[in-house]
Design a protein around this ligand. Structure first.
Ligand SMILES: Cc1cc2nc3c(=O)[nH]c(=O)nc-3n(C[C@H](O)[C@H](O)[C@H](O)COP(=O)(O)O)c2cc1C
Length: 204
């Protein structure tokens, strides 16, 4: 059994955390550990009509954000790593500063100190110098800074087309292979420049 931690914070875009878990659910060997901040619960309410239970049910284990003694707060509990999507400036800054007062920042700090993968889907714009300095610090510590910036070369038609492309690429960093959006230059994907095309699709 492989494990991955999904953190959802109060930045807008709770749909990213939800779609990530839906994609992770397609792997029967993956155990999802979810931790949501209090603000994430508020944002979720503002962004969706469904009950929070629908999101919580996607996780195998749900941790309270205040439980800093949870399994994922220790490096001896082995995980593939952690993705925080969406990640607020507050949580990102806490991680950058080593402020590990809640379970999201603690679990992220543990992932970093153990040399595991930490993907931070930072969601804010514009960014001031303080934000950028914290992000640079995290990048130097080994985190993957992944603002969920949409691609347009795959001609997205729906919100899910946009969200899924970012989520697929976040999971790529864990070596988790999902095919929820056309890939550049891949078979059945978006033809790369100069690539052979048959029936409008890239081949070879
Ligand atoms: C609807 C809504 C949208 C928000 N969007 C963002 C955002 O995109 N980025 C951000 O950093 N904070 C955003 N915030 C503010 C955070 O929720 C707030 O800073 C909170 O303290 C973050 O706490 P957390 O990191 O523990 O979730 C938003 C708040 C609300 C209510």
């Amino acid at each position: 059994m492989d494990r991955i931690i999904v953190g959802i914070t109060g930045a807008t875009g709770t749909i990213y955390g939800m779609r990530l878990m839906e994609m992770l659910r397609t792997d029967p060997n993956m155990q999802i550990h979810l931790v949501m901040s209090r603000s994430a619960k508020l944002t979720l309410k503002m962004e969706h009509d469904f009950e929070p239970g629908r999101l919580l049910d996607l996780a195998h284990v749900v941790h309270e954000v205040s439980n800093i003694g949870a399994s994922i707060s220790s490096g001896s509990f082995r995980t593939r790593g952690m993705v925080i999507a969406p990640c607020s400036i507050k949580t990102m800054s806490n991680i950058a500063m080593g402020n590990t007062g809640d379970l999201i920042s603690r679990a992220a700090d543990v992932v970093l100190k153990e040399g595991r993968k930490l993907v931070i889907a930072i969601r804010e714009t514009p960014l001031h110098a303080g934000h950028l300095e914290s992000l640079l610090k995290l990048s130097r510590l080994g985190a993957v800074i992944f603002p969920p910036v949409p691609a347009f070369y795959n001609r997205p038609k729906t919100l899910y087309d946009i969200v899924d492309q970012s989520c697929m690429r976040m999971l790529d960093h864990f070596g988790i292979d999902v095919h929820t959006a056309p890939r550049w230059g891949e078979e059945d994907g978006v033809p790369a420049v100069g690539q052979k095309i048959e029936g409008g699709k890239a081949v070879g």
